[in-house]
Design a binder for this molecule. Sequence first.
Ligand SMILES: Cc1cc2nc3c(=O)[nH]c(=O)nc-3n(C[C@H](O)[C@H](O)[C@H](O)COP(=O)(O)OP(=O)(O)OC[C@H]3O[C@@H](n4cnc5c(N)ncnc54)[C@H](O)[C@@H]3O)c2cc1C
Length: 456
Amino acid sequence: MNIHTHHQKVAKVQQEFATLKKLKEVSLKPKSTTHFFRQRTKKHTLDLTHLNQVIHIDPQQRIAHVEGCTKFFDIAKATLQHNLLPEVTPELRNITIGGTIAGLGVEASSFRYGMVHDTVIEYEVLTGNGDIVTCSPIQNSELFYALPNSLGTIGYVLSCKIRLMPAKNFVKVNIHTFETPQTYFAALEKICDEQEHDFVEGYLDRPDRFLIVTGDFTDLKDRQEPTWHWQHEAFWHFLSTHRQKNFTIPVSDYLWRWDHDCFWIFKGSAGLGSFINNSFVRQIFGHWILRSDFWIYLNGKTRRIRESQWYRKYMGIATREDILQDFVLNLDQARDFFEWYNPAMNVFPVWICPVRNDFSAHFPMHTIPGKYILDIGIYSGKKRTSTNPKDYYNHMLDTHIFKLGGFKGLYSTTLVTEKEFWQEYDHAGYLAVKNTYDREAVFPDVFEKAVGKKTS
Ligand SMILES: Cc1cc2nc3c(=O)[nH]c(=O)nc-3n(C[C@H](O)[C@H](O)[C@H](O)COP(=O)(O)OP(=O)(O)OC[C@H]3O[C@@H](n4cnc5c(N)ncnc54)[C@H](O)[C@@H]3O)c2cc1C
């Protein structure tokens, strides 16, 4: 896309914002497939969804300039034409670059490159003051570091420049199995340290079965059969059956391996889970329904029905508490966490993504020591007893994560008090930037947005 077209769009957005700003309480218009599942109130919304194009790719410098609401699916498609990929490409196709800055983004290449925001070299931001500000580690650096995990409460990303890595047409996947948290986390640290693989992620399907799944770019598709294909089987199901320890798949199948089933979100709902996992259904309807944007859109449209008593009773999930959590612990904390988690919670599968953590000291909303940190994702639910209070397990998890010193990707359900929240993040650091770039508090405070139920 022509950079002038981008500048024209930005000028128009700035004008619209100037009008909205006078009304106060401005909020970003949510896209139909948002991953931010909070109760929303009608606000003065700014629509940035048209800022969704790749502006320029520089294959020599390995840098892409993209608009703030561009989906990773579109970024990856454009960069693959140059045999390049973003250093970190989150697994759900509809996640946007701006959304991952505001809410944190990781992927199996994060053990090498960090989180999505660690791969950004420059942002163009619309601040709460209404200015368009360029920031980087050497220009307006306080803004550059405060944006990640701030949930769009300081400014909106209009465009950014991200680093790219070389890519090949196929990825060879290898699965390694361990039985205890001790042997597992030692092996995970070693694999990350060795830096021999292009991708490293973890998957736990039982308390005594811990998998490390590595991926390596390759040009040659080996002929080994059978292999995994998303139209036959969900990726989580294939990993759980342990039929094959290595296989090679096209790079795009690897990138979106978790996308088709939104990891395993529908596994727990009796009827839907078996429908989607039926091989016949997958082959006939797969192209239309096996994609996270379809599920998340449907999820939004049917939320009211799904939350109703009769639906939950009919689907056999009336006593199920949904657990949709992404949190971050370092390796030592993770060992302690699983000693507690396995007997106390016992909810599987769990996704584990190791993340290189050289830079976190700079970020007020992302502070945790450790050479590597682990993003731990739980996307399911647990049966609760009639005596359990609302959000019993989510509360238990939050208490334990914060007690260990971990922190959260703030799209997740978060149930702590304001005091507990700010014990884990740098309140003074956040406020200093917020008060500079959003002087009149046009945007909400990040605690209010993450934990309170007042804004979208
Ligand atoms: C089921 C599920 C699976 C997930 N899996 C992964 C995964 O595999 N890898 C991963 O990295 N993450 C994952 N996530 C987390 C996801 O990356 C974050 O939720 C991210 O914030 C989603 O971004 P989005 O583009 O969908 O934006 P939204 O969900 O629409 O918005 C998220 C927040 O970002 C703000 N925002 C959006 N765009 C901008 C912008 N341009 N500027 C400033 N603020 C903005 C919004 O106001 C909102 O507060 C998952 C989330 C869910 C629910």
